[in-house]
Write a protein that binds this ligand. Structure first.
Ligand code: CU
Ligand code: ZN
Length: 179
């Protein structure tokens, strides 16, 4: 009796797991909202949340970041969804599926991950709301699975390939959000 109920319990788990796998696969292409929770890198107190919401052919980005020094800080999507390195180096360079040069968010020549700067007030808080035509939430160039990085310095919007934004203060992997 004990053995039988153990197997039927395990069987249910397997069925449930397969169902979850099937639903996530089915709906992965339909992502309309993504989120990154930013965690401080070693020696930093910077953290926050960034949401990405599809709106027509644009993506609305809303960021709330705390723990910054007042002023501008480079703000990008980086290539790898890997924040395991204490200094955030494992996130790689800027997310650039199109093979472009680094640039300003409103430039035609830019990395898909180039979101420019966020600007912190005197209390170290930054709030940003922008819409972006280049980044995508679906398809092979989707930003989902990549990472958001907040930098020590301002992005000058021209130095190749990083905007000379300095060290990495926070890192967060972009995941599928609850719609
Ligand atoms: Cu960056
Ligand atoms: Zn860039």
């Amino acid at each position: 009796m004990k053995t039988k109920s153990f197997f039927s319990f395990t069987g249910s788990l397997v069925v449930a797991a397969l169902f979850c796998l099937a639903s996530s696969t089915l709906f992965a292409g339909d992502t309309t909202k993504a989120i990154a929770t930013l965690h401080p890198t070693q020696g930093s107190n910077v953290g926050g949340t960034v949401t990405f919401t599809q709106s027509g052919d644009e993506v609305k980005v809303v960021a709330d970041i705390t723990g910054l020094t007042p002023g501008k800080h480079g703000f990008h999507i980086h290539e790898f969804g890997d924040c395991s390195d204490p200094k955030g180096a494992s996130a790689g360079g800027h997310f650039n599926p199109g093979g472009h040069q680094h640039g300003a968010p409103d430039a035609t020549e830019r990395h898909a991950g180039d979101l420019g700067n966020i600007e912190a007030d005197a209390s170290g808080k930054a709030h940003l709301e922008i819409t972006d035509k280049m980044m995508k939430l679906a398809g092979s160039d989707s930003i989902v699975g990549h990472a958001v990085i907040v930098h020590e310095k301002a992005d000058d919007l021209k130095t190749q390939p990083t905007g000379d934004a300095g060290g990495r203060l926070a890192c967060g992997v972009i995941g599928v959000a609850k719609p």
